[in-house]
Design a binder for this molecule. Structure first.
Ligand SMILES: Cc1ncc(C[n+]2csc(CCOP(=O)(O)OP(=O)(O)O)c2C)c(N)n1
Length: 315
């Protein structure tokens, strides 16, 4: 990995973590309407994948989408305003946490529908293929979503049409409070790829470098017209399914429970001379500042006006 990429990954990882910590505080104060599902702990996946993407590439996200949006380059101030339900938010404050989107950045949206990204990503990839563009679409989804019917439809369609799509499973061990091992008939999500005649790999999703390398391979395949890849990232969410979840289902034996992908990446990057300890400290301090500014921006933004109640309605 080159130094520039490593610094970018470390910056985005810290921005995501600080953002989520701040959302947690704001939610606790009652200043965020609706539900929030925090991404803290899974930063290696979003950053490792997005380090390989350009603005022109598409992603589809999930209900746990803040990390994907930040790594894809969405404006952090406007994200915070959106989550606070404010007028300057990316969706005018009308969508909130589960509808953060910025099509100009290729971020096709967080999604309250579990499994809602499979069709969108396959569709985006079909656009890329039809127009002969040099792009890819990435579908992020959870282990719980892999048990939805649309997972199978999406993978099958992508495979028969050789679509340039990468299915990235964030296996954080739980779908709400249900352990993956209880809910899945297969040992892994990755092995299901063979049923759809595509490569399926299971990697350490706490290691941004492993995610980065696996994504690189998948993009090469997709751009060569060889079709989709399924990457299962073994990870862990630090907090509950949603803010307020008592997490009684977690145990001391949970895989990855005591790991922090940010601490691990910092160590690895310093050992490999991709980043110095001073640069790491500087990035951490800057990320804190970025999020403080985003919070101030969100707080200062007004609520949407009543006159906007019936605008932006499509159906
Ligand atoms: C179609 C649909 N079914 C059920 C739900 C309720 N629900 C929201 S999140 C969730 C769990 C999803 O688990 P997973 O896909 O593993 O993602 P994670 O929360 O672990 O990131 C469920 C069942 C929903 N939003 N949409």
């Amino acid at each position: 990995m080159d130094q520039k990429t490593a610094l970018w990954i470390y910056q985005k990882m810290n921005e995501i973590r600080q953002f989520e910590e701040e959302v947690r505080v704001q939610f606790g104060k009652g200043l965020i309407p609706g539900f929030v599902h925090l991404y803290a702990g899974e930063e290696a996946v979003a950053t490792g994948v997005m380090a390989q993407l350009d603005d022109e590439d598409y992603i589809t996200s999930t209900h746990r989408g803040h990390g994907h949006a930040i790594a894809k380059g969405c404006d952090i101030n406007r994200m915070m305003a959106e989550i606070m339900g404010k007028k300057d938010g990316l969706g005018g404050g009308k969508g909130g946490s589960m509808h953060v989107a910025d099509v100009d950045k290729g971020m096709l949206g967080a999604n309250g529908i579990v499994g809602g990204g499979f069709g969108l990503a396959a569709g985006a990839a079909l656009t890329i293929k039809t127009l002969g563009r040099d792009q890819v679409a990435v579908c992020f989804f959870g282990d719980g979503a892999s048990n939805e019917g649309v997972f199978h439809e999406g993978l099958n369609l992508a495979s028969i049409l050789d679509l340039p799509v990468i299915f990235v499973c964030e296996n954080n061990q739980f779908g709400e409070g249900t352990p993956f091992r209880y809910a899945s008939a297969s040992e892994t999500v990755a092995e299901r790829a063979s049923a759809y005649n595509m490569p399926g790999v299971r990697i350490d999703g706490m290691d941004a470098v492993a995610v980065y390398e696996a994504t690189k391979e998948a993009i090469k395949r997709a751009k060569a017209g060889e079709g989709p890849t399924l990457i299962e990232c073994d990870t862990y969410r630090q907090y509950g399914h949603f803010e307020g979840d008592e997490q009684k289902y977690k145990t001391d034996q949970d895989p990855n429970k005591d790991r922090d992908p940010i601490v691990e990446f910092r160590q690895k990057a310093i050992e490999n001379n991709w980043m110095t300890a001073d640069q790491a400290d500087e990035i951490e301090a800057q990320a804190k500042k970025t999020i403080e500014e985003a919070t101030a921006f969100g707080e200062a933004s007004p609520l949407p006006d009543e006159s906007e109640l019936y605008t932006d309605i499509f159906a």
